[in-house]
Design a protein around this ligand. Structure first.
Ligand SMILES: Nc1ncnc2c1ncn2[C@@H]1O[C@H](COP(=O)(O)OP(=O)(O)OP(=O)(O)O)[C@@H](O)[C@H]1O
Ligand SMILES: [Mg+2]
Length: 284
């Protein structure tokens, strides 16, 4: 993989003073307003907020899928608008994404092996990247399968032949195959049952600890955020209304909207604020 070698400071990625305005007919939708979020190297950052708050918009801007109306997207300390398209692509290559619905994000016609190999093949074809041989790719696919603890017997399975948790493991293996520095996860466990959720969260924690992966995770579940996140940002109506360590934000919310989100999450019985694995302190 081509490495740009740019490493200025401790930020893996960031949006600074990001605003995104969509036009819906004659109306303007201010989906992100002056949002600044830093994803420090090796940390897990949680992003919470009610539906429509602008969370996915921030993620899309970070991934280059939505153009900012104003503000800066930075990767490894470099403002992407200040570098060539080629350099911006090389920096974007550091970020990979896992979405809510692994069934939709995996091509139904592709086997597990092909799903995981595809980003490697695409990367290998990119100008300036080191080409990988078939054997290299097969080896990396095997490593990734091992890493997400899927048996090699699943290599030739199609998505429809896998459970939801297995599909999400394939999606994670696929995202990590190109060895990103940053993983962006938009509601990665929402579609999964409790046991599978615990397994996938455990896997993300392990990958974070083993390879120092920085993670930006969006979740409506406070227990997911409490278990994983070091830092938390709370969005409401396009704005970040509260930011801080997971402990301070979840245990002592300062903004009424944060308190409301926590109460709503408790009401849904996802997080009752008690029990050994449910407080942020005990989750570490
Ligand atoms: N392509 C688009 N065109 C117009 N409006 C959009 C577009 N994408 C998002 N929006 C609007 O921008 C706002 C923020 O949407 P966004 O998807 O970022 O919210 P979210 O916090 O991810 O919500 P959810 O939790 O439901 O996924 C919403 O009002 C949404 O309707
Ligand atoms: Mg969303």
């Amino acid at each position: 993989m081509a490495d740009t070698g740019i490493s200025t400071g401790q930020s893996a990625a960031a949006v600074r003073a990001l605003s995104v305005t969509y036009r819906r007919g004659a109306r303007l939708v201010h989906a992100a307003r002056d949002v600044s979020i830093d994803i420090p190297r090796g940390r897990i950052v949680g992003l919470i907020g009610e539906s429509g708050a602008g969370k996915s918009t921030v993620l899309r801007a970070l991934l280059g899928l939505t153009k900012p109306t104003s503000g800066v997207v930075e990767i490894a300390g470099t403002d992407l608008s200040t570098v060539s398209a080629k350099a911006a692509l090389a920096l974007r290559n550091r970020i990979q994404v896992v979405m809510q619905n692994p069934y939709a994000s995996l091509d139904p016609r592709w086997s597990v092996a092909d799903s995981i190999a595809e980003p490697l093949r695409a990367r290998s074809r990119q100008r300036g990247s080191e080409p990988m041989s078939k054997d290299d790719i097969a080896r990396r696919v095997g490593e990734m399968l091992d890493r997400v603890r899927l048996p090699t017997s699943k290599l030739h399975s199609l998505p429809r032949e896998l459970s939801g948790g297995e599909r999400q493991r394939v999606a994670i293996a696929r995202a990590l195959s190109v060895r990103p520095a940053i993983l962006v996860a938009d509601e990665p466990v929402t579609a999964l049952d409790n046991v599978t959720t615990a397994e996938i969260l455990g896997l993300l924690e392990e990958l974070h600890a083993e390879v120092g992966l920085a993670i930006l995770i969006v979740s409506h579940s406070m227990s997911v955020i409490a278990q994983l996140a070091d830092d938390v940002h709370v969005m409401q109506d396009g704005r970040v209304v509260e930011s801080g360590s997971a402990e301070s934000v979840l245990d002592h919310p300062q903004h009424p909207h944060t308190a409301m989100l926590i109460a709503a999450s408790r009401y849904l019985d996802e997080w009752d604020g008690s029990g050994p694995e449910l407080t942020t302190a005990a989750a570490r």
